[in-house]
Design a protein around this ligand. Sequence first.
Ligand code: 13P
Length: 334
Amino acid sequence: MSIEDLESIALAMVAPGKGIIAIDESTKTIAKRFEAVGIENSEENRRAYRELLLTTPGLNEHISGAILYDETIRQKTRDGVPFTEVMKKAGIIPGIKVDKGPVPLAGFPGDVVTEGLDGLRPRLEEYARLGAQFAKWRAVINITEDNPSSTAIEANCHALARYAALCQEAGLVPMVEPEVIMDGDHTIEVSYEVHEAVLRSLFNALYEQNVMLEGTILKSSMVIPGKACDEQASVEEVAEATVRVLKTCVPASLPGIVFLSGGQTDEQSTSHLNAMNRMGPHPWPLSFSYGRAMQQAALKLWSKDMKANYADAQKTVHARAKDNGLAALGQWNG
Ligand code: 13P
């Protein structure tokens, strides 16, 4: 696949007023989400829930793509239609999470590094055959008094760049996701410094590994104080700091940047994105790739009565997609 093909997929992922729905929770992570609302973590419940999300009427009005998990990309609707077919018909680009999650980084207590590079080439080839057009890899950066070490930043960015190069070889757009975690009592200034160090290291590593930025999407966290910090920031402060660090570190040749919600409330995730876009124009489209902030309200509703609330849960997903789509244009009015 040529760089032009990768670039056109990347641009479609951040088409004006559209964003991504992340439904790529691993079986372990979805277990936590299901447990919180009293749903049994069976394969059928996971399949039924992902069907609910992917078949939301009108989802494609505001959603350009969806990130799936290994199990999900192989699943079908109740009527036997592969999810990837449903998505393609609706013009929703299939994506796939390909990392194998974070493990402790030896020698650096509190730091983690994401695994999954071994055997990645054939896995990517298989995902491409199954219909995926982009792939996601998440690196986790923890903030404490002693973390992150520069070794952890480098190890994670090196892995992100290796994965990104392999994706482009397989004809998939890499969505590179360094997530700076919101847990902790750090200030917004510390969050800014860590984002700056991580993004500088990431774009350096992408350059070293010959990754073509024109066919790459960045999935970023926002510059935000730790959840336990006494001094929380206003919507404008978060938006201003996030845009500033991105402008400092991210080349303009990147087709787009999407954000994760990372534990923000629905309202916060939408208003931060909206505020950033109101500060535009920026060198790249700024949109969303939310997991929890797209799903949590719908999951709660569905859990109360899977049959009776099915349509209303889908309406809730659509409403979240609509709000975030408007925020991606800076046109959300609360
Ligand atoms: P959240 O929006 O729930 O952080 O999930 C997005 C995601 O894909 C994290 O990897």
